[in-house]
Design a protein. Sequence first.
Length: 319
Amino acid sequence: MTTRRLALCAALLYGLAGQAPAQAADYPIRPEPVAAGSWAVIADTGYFTPDNGGFLVNSAFIATADGVVVIGSGPSRAFGEQYRRVIEATANKPVRELIITHKHPDHFLGNQAFRDVPIRADDKTTAMLKSEADGLAENLYRLVGDRMQGTEPLLPNAPLAPGVREIGGHQLEFIAVPGHTQSDVAVFDHSTGVLYAIDQVFNGRTPTLPNASLADWFAALDRLEALPFKVLVPGHGPVARNAGPIRATRRYLQWLDATLKDAARRGLTPNETMALPIPAEFAGWAEARAEWRRSVGFLYSRYELAELPPLAGTERATD
Ligand SMILES: [Zn+2]
């Protein structure tokens, strides 16, 4: 079903209930200064609901001498439009470009509000969005409902190359750190010491793994931890001023990997695995049980396959 048809369905449902769609409430967008001319917008840490309108993801913006660089456009057209007004009022400068760090829908569905500036993503993310963006948007329509009205995926239209780019007095390094998805970009501002790690790092919110490669993710965390940052903006959860959230994300992924391996070795069913205890360190994180269950759903079959004995008379394929 297309997003237009989903929007129509949502409108019909509201009509049948005898209610006009409510005027969408403003999103609680409150920029938090993280360094000179640099702000993060910290979101709710729950799951997608009509109440939060999909505002679960952190974003950020940097006011350079040549305009504002925005990192992430949020979950919907309404969010993007409100966000852009907030950015330009806060920075007192026009937006010059938007950076899309990876393919997850809550990070790019506000793109329509930035259609007049370059919308940058790396080649791999842009290619994946060409085939996946409609489906990702439909999923958010189902979860979030009428605050998605008018939202259509708008694809990135400009390249994002890894390396350092000088923009209006800021030395911005774009770092390829896949792992959370097949292609992720972190932004390190050498001029201010702010690391915009986005979804490579979760802080007090359980990581999401629908497209994760754990080996890559561990390498990404090592690379990010080695940077001389002073401020860390995670993809979900509050801003930090040390590497604690990087280490906690690593420990969670290590526990998840070891637990899935052990469950597969013991022959547990997916349901039994979903019911396993979560260590105290992670049990208090937002969405701890729900994300663990989702991660078992996404990943467990790979671990079960790895435990299967080779068939008699065949050799195990090497990879
Ligand atoms: Zn993500």
